[in-house]
Design a protein around this ligand. Structure first.
Ligand code: ATP
Length: 329
């Protein structure tokens, strides 16, 4: 578990991290999102004592990182998004790190296999591609078999197979093995299917902290698509309930202000036949754009005709889950 209290980091006149408090729980993947310069890497560096907080504190598994007798077996971190430039082979690089922490070569061979580096383990790291370097960085993070993992942009530079591998690996480490996984990424579509929980940061401050579904639902407009051969009748009944009904194509209505459960029940109570009942929520990209619109430091120029978000998507027919005390802020 990672616990940050009033964490602040200033570099001269720049406040990179501004009085944030959060908890990263074990057993789930927590995504860390925010625009460029929001303070993600600085926060991650402070967790592993590579940067000293100006104010506040952060602990990993109950203690400050530096107070752990064997930090590498408590927390593994991937913080550099590039390959380690060294003349050592990947296996020797891992063995050297393992040796300084009393970790045996058996574990080195295990992580080489786990990260798909078997065929290149005897190659010099200096010649690694970005993707191979990322895999090696993840192998370094895993070598101490730590309870907590911190991965800054782990899918950066990976091909689609590698991206899928990281997704499945972190889900397995969190859900099956109960580890704490804290990872950042700018790939919203990937984060949406990987993270159970999100912490969104902008200009050093927390903008949202909650289960992924809740964060998305709170920051986007939910709609229900309902198709019926009695659409006119249904629209009239829904309109009397203070919901907004927009007729789309023939027989299709888009309903705002009511859940799919409510729409279904209103239809059933009136004996109206439904051919489709689909709850639609915005995407994580929509939610992210809306949440961070005031926090983006580096704005890009709009491209004529550009659509800035991916639009709504169908969701499972259950309302977004909420966890007490974890409402999106
Ligand atoms: N060593 C440093 N010295 C001075 N300023 C720094 C230093 N490290 C980070 N900063 C500044 O702190 C702010 C937060 O940077 P940080 O790298 O933590 O953001 P980030 O969210 O990780 O961004 P990105 O998504 O671009 O990686 C930025 O304004 C950055 O310029």
């Amino acid at each position: 578990m990672i616990e940050a209290h009033d964490l602040t980091k200033r570099y001269g006149s720049t406040t990179a991290v501004d009085d944030i408090s959060f908890t990263v729980q074990p057993g789930r993947v927590t995504g860390f999102l925010g625009p460029n310069g929001a303070g993600k890497s600085t926060t991650m560096r402070m967790i592993v004592a590579l940067d000293r907080p100006t104010r506040g504190s952060v602990t990993v598994n109950g203690r400050p990182y530096a107070e752990h007798r064997s930090p590498l077996t408590e927390v593994g971190a991937l913080l550099e998004a590039k390959a380690v430039h060294t003349g050592r082979t990947a296996r020797n690089h891992l063995r050297a790190i393992a040796a300084t922490h009393g970790i045996g070569t058996k574990r080195v061979d295990e992580v080489i296999s786990m990260t798909g580096l078997d065929s290149v383990a005897k190659r010099r790291v200096g010649g690694f591609s970005l993707g191979m370097g990322q895999r090696l960085g993840i192998a370094v993070a895993l070598v101490g078999d730590p309870q907590t993992l911190i991965l800054d942009e782990p899918v950066n530079g990976l091909d689609p197979e590698g991206v899928l591998w990281v997704r499945n690996l972190v889900k397995y480490l969190a859900a099956t093995e109960g580890r704490t996984v804290f990872l950042s990424s700018h790939l919203m579509s990937e984060m949406a299917v990987t993270a159970d929980h999100l912490i969104v940061i902008g200009r050093g401050r927390i903008i949202a902290d909650g289960p992924t579904d809740t964060v998305i639902a709170a920051a986007t407009r939910s709609t229900v698509r309902v198709r019926s051969p009695q659409a006119t009748d249904l629209a009239a009944r829904l309109a009397s309930r203070a919901v907004t009904v927009t007729p789309a194509e023939d027989g299709l209505l888009e309903v705002h202000g009511a859940t799919s459960v409510e729409v279904g029940e209103i239809a059933a109570a009136s004996g109206i036949v439904l051919h489709e009942l689909t709850p639609m929520t915005g995407s994580l990209e929509d939610a992210y754009m809306s949440l961070t619109s005031d926090s983006v430091e580096y704005h890009s120029a709009a491209i004529p005709g550009e659509t800035r978000s991916a639009g709504s998507q169908a969701t499972a027919a259950t309302p977004a889950a909420t966890t007490p005390g974890e409402d999106a802020r």
